[in-house]
Design a protein. Structure first.
Length: 133
C-alpha cells in the first residue's frame, strides 16, 4: 500500500501514532476514488480511510464535501485521523475503544472484531519497523 506523504504530518497534528493511521487504512482497504455502500444505515464509506457519510453535515462547516473525501487522499486521511483523535479524547485516551468507535460509532460492541484487526496490523507494522532499523 502506498502511503501518502501527508500522513506523518497529519498524524502528528492530531497526536495519533502514524502506524495506527496506516493500520486503519490497511484494515479499511479503501483507496482514492472509492465510494462503498450503501451500508445497512444507507450511508456510504468514502476514500482511503473509508470515512462514513454520517460525517457529511459536520464536515460542511469545514467546507469539506463528499468529492474531497473520495478524491483527495490527504483530506480523507485528515478527516479520518481527526475522527479517531476525537474518539480517543472522548473515550479517556483508550485506543482500543477509539478504534471500535471509529468503525461502529457508539455501538461499540459492533467494533470489537474491527479493533482486533487494526491492533493486529498495528503490531505487525511496529515489528516491521523495528526489523528495518
Amino acid at each position: 500500500m502506498l502511503i501518502p506523504d501527508c500522513l506523518p504530518d497529519i498524524a502528528q497534528y492530531y497526536n495519533v501514532p502514524p502506524l495506527l493511521v496506516q493500520s486503519i487504512m490497511i484494515t479499511e482497504g479503501g483507496k482514492v476514488g472509492d465510494k462503498i455502500g450503501p451500508n445497512r444505515n444507507k450511508t456510504f464509506d468514502l476514500g482511503i480511510m473509508q470515512v462514513n457519510t454520517v460525517w457529511k453535515e459536520e464536515l460542511k462547516k469545514f467546507k469539506i464535501d463528499e468529492h474531497d473525501l473520495i478524491w483527495d487522499a490527504c483530506i480523507n486521511i485528515a478527516v479520518g485521523t481527526w475522527i479517531l483523535s476525537s474518539r480517543y479524547e472522548e473515550f479517556d485516551h483508550d485506543w482500543t475503544t477509539a478504534i471500535m468507535a471509529y468503525n461502529a460509532g457508539y455501538k461499540l460492541e459492533n467494533g470489537r472484531n474491527y479493533a482486533f484487526k487494526v491492533l493486529t496490523t498495528w503490531n505487525k507494522l511496529h515489528k516491521q519497523q523495528e526489523n528495518n532499523q
